[in-house]
Design a protein around this ligand. Structure first.
Ligand code: GH3
Ligand code: MG
Ligand code: MG
Ligand code: MG
Ligand code: MG
Length: 305
C-alpha cells in the first residue's frame, strides 16, 4: 500500500460550471480522495472556508459570476484558505493565461482537454508535497522535547494577537512561568528525569487551557508562557492559579526543594488593555517577567500579578 493510501483520504474540491467536467474529474479522483464539487465560484469559496476545507482545488477559469482567477485571488487573500493548493484546469491554453494563473498563486496549470492519468499524477504529487510542507511547518512551530508550541511560534502568535486586541479594543494577557528549584531537581534525579518532568508539566499546563485561542508554549529551558487573548487581569490570574495548583497537585517528587517536597511552579501575570495599556509586546512580556521575579522573591509556588 502506498504512503498516501495509509493516511486518511485528503479532500479535493473540483470547481467547474460544466457538469460533464465535474463528473469526469470526480470519477477520476474519488477512489483516492474525498471529492467535493462546486459548479460556481461562490460555492467554491464557501466550501474552501467552511468546516471541512479541501487541501487542494481543481479550478476552472471560465465560469459565469466569479471566475476562476477571482476565486484564486480571494482564496490567497483569505487567512483561513490561503494554504489550499490551487491547480487550474482550463480550456485556456495561452501562455499569458497560464502565467497569470501561476502569478495568482496556483501551484499548477493543466490545459483541457486533459489526459486523465496526468491529472491524477499531478494531483498526487501536489498532495504529497503539501503533506510534507504542512509537517515541516508544524515541526518548526513545535518544541521537540515537550511537543507543545515553541518560543518562535509563541512570538508569531502574540504579535498577531496584539494587533487583534488593539483593533478590537480587547484585553490581552500573558502568564510567564518558571519551575522552582529545577537545577537541584536535575542534579538530584538526573537530566533524563528532568526532561520527563518538563514533559509532564507541559501537558498539565496544556490541559488547563479550555479555549481554542489560548496557547501555552515552552519559552526556554524550564520556562513556559501562556497567551490568553480577550482575557482581563482577573481571568488571567484565575488561569495562572489553576496552572500553579495543577502542577502542585500532580505531586511530582522533589526531595531537594526547600519550598516543599514536590515540583512547583511560579507564575507572573500581565495584561494589556482597559486600565493598563502597554506600549508594545515587549513591554507586556517584561511586565509578566517582573511579576514572575516577584513570585520567586516572595517564596515561589506563587502567582504574582
Ligand atoms: P528558580 O526557582 O529560581 O527558578 O531556580 P532554578 O533552579 O529552577 O533556576 P535555574 O535557572 O538556576 O536553573 C534552571 C535549570 O533548568 C538549569 C537547567 O539545568 C535546567 N534545564 C533547562 N532546560 C532543561 C532541559 O531541557 N532539560 C532538563 N532536564 N533541564 C533543563
Ligand atoms: Mg468553464
Ligand atoms: Mg528559569
Ligand atoms: Mg532562574
Ligand atoms: Mg526555575
Amino acid at each position: 500500500m502506498s504512503d498516501l493510501a495509509l493516511q486518511e483520504k485528503a479532500t479535493i474540491l473540483v470547481v467547474d460550471d460544466q457538469r460533464s467536467n465535474l463528473m469526469v474529474l470526480s470519477k477520476l479522483l474519488k477512489d483516492d480522495y474525498r471529492v467535493l464539487v462546486a459548479n460556481n465560484g461562490a460555492k467554491a469559496l464557501a466550501l474552501s472556508t467552511g468546516d471541512h476545507p479541501p487541501v487542494l482545488v481543481l479550478l476552472d477559469i471560465e465560469m459565469p459570476g466569479i471566475d476562476g482567477y477571482e476565486v484564486c485571488r480571494r482564496l490567497k487573500a483569505n487567512e483561513k484558505a490561503n494554504a489550499i493548493a490551487v491547480i487550474f484546469v482550463t480550456a485556456r491554453d495561452a501562455a499569458e493565461d497560464e502565467e497569470k494563473g501561476l502569478r495568482l498563486g496556483a501551484v499548477d496549470y493543466i490545459s483541457k482537454p486533459f489526459h486523465p492519468a496526468i491529472v491524477r499524477a499531478r494531483v498526487r504529487n501536489h498532495i504529497e508535497l503539501k503533506i510534507k510542507t504542512d509537517l515541516l511547518e508544524s515541526l518548526s512551530n513545535q518544541d521537540g522535547l515537550t511537543r507543545i508550541p515553541n518560543r518562535r511560534h509563541f512570538e508569531d502568535r502574540i504579535q498577531a494577537e496584539w494587533s487583534r486586541a488593539n483593533r478590537g479594543d480587547k484585553c490581552l494577557s500573558v502568564i510567564m512561568m518558571d519551575i522552582d528549584h529545577f537545577k537541584s531537581y536535575n542534579d538530584h534525579y538526573g537530566h533524563g528525569a528532568g526532561d520527563d518532568c518538563l514533559r509532564r508539566v507541559a501537558m498539565l499546563l496544556k490541559t488547563t487551557l479550555k479555549r481554542p485561542m489560548d496557547m501555552v508554549a515552552r519559552y526556554g529551558g524550564e520556562e513556559f508562557v501562556a497567551l490568553l487573548p480577550d482575557t482581563d487581569p482577573n481571568g488571567a490570574r484565575y488561569v495562572a492559579e489553576q496552572m500553579r495548583s495543577m502542577v502542585e497537585a500532580a505531586a511530582i517528587p522533589h526531595d531537594q526543594s526547600p519550598t516543599q517536597p514536590v515540583v512547583t511552579l511560579s507564575c507572573g501575570v500581565a495584561s494589556s488593555g482597559g486600565q493598563s495599556p502597554k506600549s508594545d509586546v515587549a513591554a507586556l512580556l517584561q511586565c509578566a517577567d517582573q511579576a514572575l521575579y516577584r513570585a520567586k522573591q516572595q517564596g515561589r509556588n506563587l502567582v504574582h500579578a
